[in-house]
Design a protein around this ligand. Structure first.
Ligand SMILES: *Cc1c(COP(=O)(O)O)cnc(C)c1O
Length: 430
């Protein structure tokens, strides 16, 4: 299997090379040149085993293929239970918040760390991450204390929740945290600019752990694959997914699983007040804009970078409309959905998951009779200051998070300029 750039002006590379460089040299994102179609009957149950089958198929003759078992075992031995929400089987929830930083980003980050720490290299590796909340913490947790690798996190100052900020700034050691005076889109632009001129960071190999890295997407395809196969085997029906979306990396995992033949039905992108994707699907014109601040902060993205992968895979508007649909949900509706579902289902959603829950609730009745899975992207305890007043009680903090919150914070504030990022990178030691 070869990996090609969405912009079509870079040479095709192997999976290891695509993971290693993050962004293609023409500024595009790597995609497999064709999706392997897997024989469902041969796929064993469970996330680790499913991921191994997918990785082996995508790696082809790449050396990562022979490490597939070890890599998936190391990185993905995390719980991802599919839990019923309604008694009639119409709605279940895929809980992706049982990892070390209690959000789905743990899957991709750990997988990427497992891959990158096995790629031989001559220079130390610098990992750059622009984060709107959960990515940075997950990447830091996955790479902390790995020899020969440094991590620099960029997040928009004042636009992440207090607990998220703690999780981004509590590391030290090989992790540097930068609060950028700007938006997530500024952070993402600065990272992209440095990645496309890595000679400005002499003595290091520079890569990214953002959802633009194909290594993040592969394990994300695996949990959709495993969940859909579980339902198919039990009920003979496809499972449709509601994916709380910002940068569209998680949702692309669902699309990839379906492309490889897994029984994934509909894919509904649940967006907050950032309307770029929904408007594109409605009107056909792509107009990225500045991100709008919402209470589902990790989805505050005005120019979702993985859209480039969707548009490469589904070149016409008709095709993309056939692949996914989108809804947008205001902050008021997020709040009222959290209140309503704790009363109705006894479930406490994080604000991002609540965007998805609201998207499900607003589906037409006949669609709601199909089998749907709400993707729970983070644990509600990470957003206690929003969730607790709405549910009228405390949300228990998972043990992994408790440990993080006790560590001291270290952060540097910088301007939203690539030169400020370069200054920081070139003065770091170690
Ligand atoms: C990152 C994130 C999202 C959005 O995922 P994308 O892959 O950027 O679409 C949703 N919810 C939470 C909790 C997140 O951390």
């Amino acid at each position: 299997m070869r990996f090609v750039s969405t912009r079509g002006r870079a040479p095709a590379v192997s999976l290891s090379e695509a993971i290693r460089s993050g962004l293609a040299p023409d500024g595009g994102l790597y995609m497999p040149n064709a999706w392997p179609t897997l024989a469902m009957a041969a796929v064993p149950p469970g996330l680790v085993a499913t991921a191994q089958v997918i990785l082996t198929a995508l790696a082809g003759d790449d050396p990562l293929a022979s490490l597939a078992g070890e890599l998936c075992e190391d990185a993905l031995r995390l719980d991802a239970p599919l839990v019923p929400v309604t008694d009639d089987g119409h709605l279940s929830v895929l809980e992706l918040f049982h990892g070390p930083t209690a959000a789905f980003k743990d899957f991709g980050a750990r997988f990427l760390a497992a891959c990158l720490s096995r790629v031989p290299r001559t220079k130390p590796l610098e990992i750059l991450v622009a984060t709107s909340g959960d990515t940075g913490g997950a990447v830091a947790a996955a790479f902390h204390h790995r020899p020969g690798i440094r991590v620099t996190l960029l997040f928009p100052e004042g636009r992440v929740s207090p607990l998220q900020e703690r999780q981004l700034t509590c590391w030290g050691g090989n992790v540097t945290s930068l609060a950028v005076r700007g938006t997530f889109d500024d952070c993402q632009r600065m990272v992209k600019e440095v990645l496309s001129s890595t000679h400005l960071v002499p003595g290091r190999e520079v890569s990214s752990a953002n959802s633009i890295n194909i290594g993040r997407l592969l394990p994300q395809a695996a949990y959709y694959a495993a969940a859909s196969l579980q339902v198919w085997r039990a009920h003979g029906e496809r499972l449709s997914f509601i994916v709380p979306s910002g940068n569209l990396g998680n949702a692309f995992g669902a699309v990839a699983a379906r492309a490889m033949g897994f029984p994934v039905g509909r894919i509904l992108l649940a967006c907050n007040a950032n309307r770029t994707v929904a408007e594109f699907l409605a009107t056909g014109s792509w107009s990225p804009r500045l991100s709008v601040k919402t209470i589902a902060t990790a989805m505050d993205v005005g120019n979702p970078s993985n859209m480039e992968r969707f548009r490469a895979m589904f070149p016409t508007l008709e095709e993309i409309r056939g692949a996914v649909t989108a809804v947008t949900v205001s902050d008021d509706r997020i709040r009222s959905r959290i209140e309503a579902d704790v009363a109705r289902f006894g479930r406490v959603w994080c604000p991002h998951t609540a965007v998805g829950a609201e998207a499900w609730a607003s589906l037409p009745e006949e669609l709601r009779r199909e089998r749907w899975c709400l993707v729970a992207t983070a644990h509600p305890a990470k957003f206690a200051e929003i969730v607790e007043p709405l549910v009228g009680g405390q949300v228990a903090v998972p043990p992994a998070l408790k440990g993080l919150y006790q560590r001291p914070a270290q952060v540097t504030v910088i301007d939203a300029a690539t030169s400020a990022l370069l200054d920081s990178l070139n003065t770091q030691t170690g």
